[in-house]
Design a protein around this ligand. Structure first.
Ligand code: ATP
Ligand code: MG
Length: 298
């Protein structure tokens, strides 16, 4: 009798240990890091940076979704020569699922063509909206990063992405107007209580020192006048290969992987994925991102 009780105890202990070991090995489903790429001035290189950064992060072994939320020209699909058959609008019409809308881009990145769908989400009835947000939310945790390519400026339909994301990458060039507008967007986002952390990329620089100087300048004024910390992610050199890639509708990282601009983007991907650039806030995940975004569009 005593023997049997002992056996039972050992058995129970073994099962317990087994379960604990299993819990430890099951990867915890973490939320996706949502990063908006935006700028004050238009045409500074957001779409190219968003796309090539997404590819570089994917090359580091992370899963990346790229959301094309730019209503203007120069959409992501055009610069990689892909023709999306559907966009978020088809999801809203309930004609397609999110997985049917997404297209696979270079290095396995998943691209969500936004179309005008994002802004039409604001007009949905509560029930429909919940369905849509659930559908988009089903992607959460499946990918490590959601990079959102937005338009430029402080119009609310652009700014809302910046206010909602976990992190905001501001792209500027060394041009004084671009710097002023970059500061302007950081200021507006701060006054509107952006929840995320600000990162800065200085694009189209002639030298590293020019990039450093612009970065330091913006970092200083933001600290001094807004009391906001801006993390300098790095710079991308002026490089004709970027223009060539756009003309050939191919991603720079594929067409000219050893070009100086591609190397710069790779360096930025490293620092974004590194420990020093982790988000200031816990990532909210894709579902909450869309939920908050739609709320802000109302
Ligand atoms: N590092 C670079 N070197 C040379 N040319 C560049 C570089 N970055 C961007 N460009 C040029 O600038 C153009 C505009 O870039 P892009 O479309 O990425 O800007 P954007 O900020 O997304 O514009 P928009 O505000 O219209 O969305 C590119 O087509 C390319 O020719
Ligand atoms: Mg663009």
């Amino acid at each position: 009798m005593k023997d049997q009780a002992e056996k039972l105890r050992i058995l129970t202990r073994n099962v317990k240990q087994q379960i604990e070991a299993e819990i430890d090995t099951v990867p915890k489903r973490k939320h996706t890091r949502v990063i908006a790429v935006t700028s004050g001035k238009g045409g500074v290189g957001k779409t190219n940076i968003a796309l090539n950064l997404a590819i570089s992060i994917s090359e580091l072994g992370e899963k990346v979704i790229l959301l094309d939320a730019d209503m203007g020209l120069g959409n992501v699909d055009i610069i990689v020569g892909l023709i999306p058959r559907y966009n978020l609008y088809d999801l809203i019409k309930r004609e397609k699922s999110i997985r049917e809308i997404m297209i696979t881009g270079p290095k396995g990145i998943q691209i969500i063509p936004g179309g005008s769908g994002i802004f039409q989400m604001a007009d949905l009835k509560e029930w429909d909206l919940r369905m849509i947000v659930d559908e988009l939310g089903s992607l959460d945790g499946e990918s490590d990063y959601l990079i959102v390519d937005t338009g430029a400026g402080i119009a609310s339909n652009v700014l809302n992405f910046a206010l909602t994301a976990d992190e905001i990458i501001i792209v500027t060039t060394p041009e004084p107007t671009s710097i002023t507008d970059a500061y302007g967007i950081i200021k507006t986002a701060t006054l509107r209580k952006a929840r995320g952390k600000f990162h800065l990329i200085v694009n189209r620089v002639e030298s590293k020192s020019e990039g450093d100087a612009v970065g330091k300048n913006i970092e200083y004024v933001c600290k001094r006048f807004l009391n906001v910390k801006v993390n300098i992610l790095g710079h991308v050199m002026e490089d004709s290969k970027v223009h060539n890639a756009v003309m050939q509708q191919q991603a720079l990282m594929l067409m000219a992987p050893s070009s100086i601009a591609a190397q710069n983007v790779r360096g930025i991907a490293h620092s974004l994925c590194g420990v020093n650039a982790q988000p200031r806030v816990e990532p909210i995940g894709i579902k909450d991102f869309f939920r908050r975004l739609v709320k802000s569009l109302e």
